[in-house]
Design a protein around this ligand. Structure first.
Ligand code: WTA
Length: 635
């Protein structure tokens, strides 16, 4: 029996038991047999959730890119590592072999070094889904620089905040990006951001759109000539297993975004191991995850997990609706995709369109379908199962987070029987617990509570960049000796988990985590606004959409409401990005508050969802009269 590749349900239970009874011995064996290390660890695991401090494979040295690239060269030099599928279907796809990828990453690593980037420096990567994004991420890892990829849909303000939070010395970007029929001026956004980023010394610019941009002297350099001049080989830096590999920002319920720090050794082991099993990847398969590398899903399951397994991974630059709603299925047919991993919001959007967009294409190559990012509703699940999988390809509903680094609760296809809307069973080594509001673990089946994880796993984030206290407060104080996920879940009669959604002030819109506080801060900066509160409400395609309740100042009262709505959304777009725009904005005379002055979001959520039958006791509010007034005017 190979613990690395699980093929039957009994095997899953057996390996699972071993992984929780003897976690150190278990992970040691996986790490030892399936990866290359420059030197071995002194200790597999040390941990203390009160500090919190977690270390995996301490004392070991490695370079993750040797595991993703060099070690495959003897057998896979000419096999495809990355298939790049451009935005425009008329443009030819690129098949980048392991040999080519290795060379390009080495060149890029040398460019970074010659540009003054050293081990431990932070490099901000603000690129569209083009091959240079993969080269840059891997090149950072190769020289031990810490990459901080910022999704290229964030505004210049959001970009600047992320650059400054971790003191990036360099930004790697492109002249522009193609998204469907739009061209986005990425370099212009970077230029605007850098007005507030004194620490950035250099900007490297990949050419993609050929749009007109300005290059600032002694700061901005075209990437291509530098790559051409660089050596084609590069000795990977020896990294400690616990050295930071990357920072990735995620929204919190309060304050500024959290720079989650992931380290090298454990992250590699866990993402590779989950990739192999959750997608049942076999030699020669073509795997496609439609996420953007700007999110954790792209980091773990477009780049690191697949490449560590020597897999072929598709990188798609475009959007599901361009040139029409059949694009995903055209790409599946074209590249004979075997594993397809996407988000419920995309499924819902495509399910609304004519089935002809699906039926035109041969989807017989598909073996596994994946879902990630938010709960998948039953209707979307069935549409995916019937029309894309034809009832033959299991759907893996994978629950995990930026903070967890890898997939945590999931079926294994052809192993775990699936049930719509259930993420089913914990992955190997993962010990979930459900808690009540008093902090006690709820045992047994057919129960629901707040989802925690009791024991460390190799790919968990180790800290928040520059703010370890916030890391402790956010994840390790609510439930003693447990990692708190922020999600609610239920466990059914067979022990399957179903994720019910966030229990904090994070709202998931189209699969993107958005914290309410930064959006409210942005709205409140509008000169006509006195105060605001944001809640989520159910939306057919996005899963949730944002509803803003806004109190105007006196000067706002005389203004045209629709213009104000536009200005507020414009302001949010500038501060955060278009993904955080509000679907509905209601101007209200007041917000329901507790006597201690806290906004009662529970009531606003019910009003926004038009679920006002059972508002609960509002008599304890400071201002109960305002509730009726708001209800009478809901949008
Ligand atoms: C939600 C994405 C239900 C959840 C990998 C989590 C899910 C948050 C699922 C993390 C799923 C993710 N079912 N909910 N299969 N997957 N979520 O950090 O609320 O972007 O806490 O990581 O998305 O989002 P993040």
């Amino acid at each position: 029996m190979s613990n690395y590749h699980i093929k039957h349900l009994e095997e899953y239970f057996q390996v699972y038991r071993k992984s929780v009874q003897h976690p150190e011995a278990f992970w040691e064996e996986i790490a030892e047999e399936h990866f290359v290390w420059r030197s071995k660890w002194d200790r597999v695991l040390s941990w203390d959730f009160t500090k919190p401090e977690v270390k995996w494979f301490e004392g070991a040295e490695l370079n993750i890119t040797e595991n993703c690239l060099d070690r495959h060269l003897p057998t896979k030099r000419n096999s495809t590592a990355i298939i790049f599928e451009p935005n425009d279907p008329q443009e030819e796809a690129q098949h980048i072999t392991y040999g080519q990828l290795h060379e390009r990453v080495c060149r890029m690593a040398n460019v970074l070094k010659e540009s003054g980037i050293n081990k431990g420096d932070r490099v901000c990567v603000y690129l569209p889904m083009i091959p240079e994004l993969a080269y840059t991420v891997l090149a950072c890892a190769r020289i031990g620089a810490i990459h901080s990829v910022v999704f290229a849909g964030f505004s210049s303000n959001a970009l600047a905040a992320r650059i400054n939070d971790c003191d990036c010395k360099m930004v790697v970007t492109s002249d522009g990006s193609f998204r469907g029929n739009k061209i986005i001026d990425l370099k212009g956004i970077v230029d605007a951001a850098l007005e507030d980023c004194p620490g950035v010394e250099k900007v490297l610019v990949a050419k993609r759109t050929g749009g007109k941009i300005t290059m600032k002297k002694n700061r901005d350099y075209w990437l291509k000539p530098l790559l051409n001049d660089a050596y084609a080989d590069n000795d990977a830096e020896r990294m400690k297993a616990e050295d930071p590999l990357f920072i990735l920002y995620t929204s919190g319920s309060t304050g500024k975004p959290k720079g989650m720090v992931h380290t090298s050794g454990g992250y590699m082991v866990y993402t590779a191991y989950t990739f192999k099993n959750v997608f049942q990847y076999r030699e020669g398969d073509v795997y496609w995850c439609t996420a953007d590398i700007g999110w954790i899903t792209g980091h773990s399951y477009i780049i690191y997990g697949p490449l560590a397994n020597g897999a072929t991974t598709v990188m798609f630059e475009g959007v599901p609706s361009y040139p029409d709603y059949g694009r995903f299925w055209a790409v599946v047919e074209k590249h004979k995709v075997n594993q397809f991993y996407t988000a419920p919001t995309a499924i819902r959007a495509l399910a609304k369109e004519n089935l002809e967009y699906v039926e035109k294409y041969d989807l017989s190559s598909l073996k596994v379908l994946g879902s990630v990012g938010e709960p998948i509703n039953e209707e979307a699940w069935h549409w995916y199962n019937n029309n894309i999988g034809h009832g033959k390809s299991p759907i893996v509903d994978t629950w995990w987070q930026t903070e967890t680094g890898g997939i945590m609760i999931t079926p294994l296809p052809y192993v775990t029987p699936t049930t719509p809307t259930y993420a089913t069973l914990p992955f190997i080594g993962i010990q979930p617990a459900l808690m009540d509001e008093e902090g006690n673990e709820i045992m047994g089946i057919q129960v629901d509570g707040r989802l925690c994880i009791k024991f460390p796993w190799p790919s968990m984030a180790r800290t928040i960049w520059g703010d370890h206290e916030r890391y402790r407060d956010t994840y390790f104080t609510a439930y003693k000796n447990n990692y708190f996920t922020g999600d609610g879940a239920l466990r059914d009669e067979v022990g399957y988990y179903r994720i019910t959604g966030r229990v904090d002030d994070v709202i998931i819109v189209s699969g993107h985590n958005l914290g309410t506080a930064p959006i409210e801060d942005s709205i409140n900066e509008h000169p006509a606004v006195a105060e605001s509160a944001i809640v989520g409400f159910p939306h057919d395609i996005k899963g949730n959409a944002l509803y803003g309740f806004v109190i105007l100042k006196e000067i706002g009262e005389a203004r045209d409401r629709d213009n104000l709505r536009k200005e507020i959304n414009q302001q949010i777009t500038e501060h955060i990005g278009p993904i955080a725009k509000l679907d509905k904005i209601q101007f209200v005379p007041g917000l329901p508050k507790t006597r201690s002055g806290k906004i009662m979001r529970r009531i606003l959520r019910k009003i926004a969802s038009k679920d006002t039958e059972n508002l609960g006791d509002i008599s304890t509010l400071l201002n109960p009269e305002v509730v009726k007034e708001i209800m009478d005017n809901t949008l």
